[in-house]
Design a protein around this ligand. Structure first.
Ligand SMILES: N[C@@H](CCC(=O)N[C@@H](CSC=O)C(=O)NCC(=O)O)C(=O)O
Length: 281
């Protein structure tokens, strides 16, 4: 498997790069971004970042302001594209911003016409880490994960794989997708009408059933987030499930902030500090 360098820019003393490759899991070409804090070959901890609906690998690297704090902590950041979008030719894939190329939702689809290509859960948890570990100075024993909104997949990946990720955090995640319009639309299309299959991708259901080593969760949420008031995010449900399981969750509600990358960039440094605490311990 070859990686094609798409771009490379010096940034924060390191390099922000984008690569393209043929994905065996998604059966199409995919892009991912890599921030390398330095050109040293010593093994570094890795943070995977999952962006939300309508995003590609570009939104996070151009707007989140992650590179300077990542460089300070010596953390590699991997930010994959959010959906298969190159040459899948699925009818209707570009029709809505909350399904298809706009929103892969980090699930392994079981339903036609999605099931061949839409396997973002396996891509993010299996194929991509193998590629990263084979091509970059990453330490596979020091990995964590974060995401935004539709990047609630970060919570799902951590809760479904106890011990794999040292820490998890999220900005305004979709906390209980089985109970909100975005999740119900995506899950019925990708996973079918049997709602019991949806729970494997619902952070609240997974937290309620969690059994594994302690997992420290940090969640930041803007109080003026239009998707919070629209009932798409439902953080209270996740907090209740975590409390019942004694899963430590720090939830911060920030006055005046919305759902945008202006909000994310305001608190990105805190998330890098949270991850560094567990990755560099
Ligand atoms: N098109 C929508 C707004 C889309 C939007 O806000 N996308 C968010 C993620 S929402 C949940 O996953 C995002 O990250 N956008 C990218 C960015 O760079 O801001 C609308 O018009 O309402």
């Amino acid at each position: 498997m070859t990686l094609k360098l798409v771009s490379s820019n010096k940034c924060a003393g390191g390099f922000q790069k984008v690569f393209e490759h043929d994905s065996s899991e998604l059966k199409c070409k995919m892009k991912f971004a890599v921030f390398l804090a330095s050109e040293e070959t010593d093994k570094c901890p890795v943070l995977y970042w999952l962006s939300g609906l309508t995003c590609t690998e570009q939104n996070f690297i151009t707007k989140a302001g992650s590179q300077i704090p990542a460089a300070e902590h010596g953390i590699i950041i991997i930010a994959p594209d959010t959906s298969p979008r190159r040459g899948c030719d699925i009818e209707g894939e570009d029709q809505s911003w909350d399904l298809g190329t706009g929103a892969g939702f980090y699930v392994d689809a079981t339903q036609e016409p999605w099931s061949t290509n839409y396997r973002m859960y396996s891509y993010v948890t299996q194929e991509l880490p193998k590629i990263i570990d084979a091509n970059f100075p990453s330490d596979p024993s020091r990995v964590s994960i974060s995401g935004h909104s539709g990047g609630h997949g970060a919570l799902v990946c951590a809760l479904r794989n106890p011990g794999k990720y040292k820490a998890v955090s999220a900005f305004a995640p979709i906390c209980n997708p089985t109970q909100c319009p975005w999740g119900q639309k995506a899950f019925s299309s990708y996973l079918g009408n049997d709602r019991s299959a949806w729970e494997a991708y619902d952070a609240t259901a997974l937290a309620a059933a969690y059994s594994g080593p302690p997992l420290d969760v940090l969640i930041d949420q803007g109080r003026e987030d239009q998707f919070l008031s629209a009932g798409q995010l439902l953080p209270d449900n996740l907090i209740a499930a975590c409390s019942q399981k004694n899963l430590p969750v720090v939830f911060r509600l920030h006055e005046g902030y919305d759902h945008s990358y202006y909000f994310i960039s305001s608190f990105m440094r805190d998330h890098m500090t949270h991850h560094a605490k567990f990755l560099t311990a």
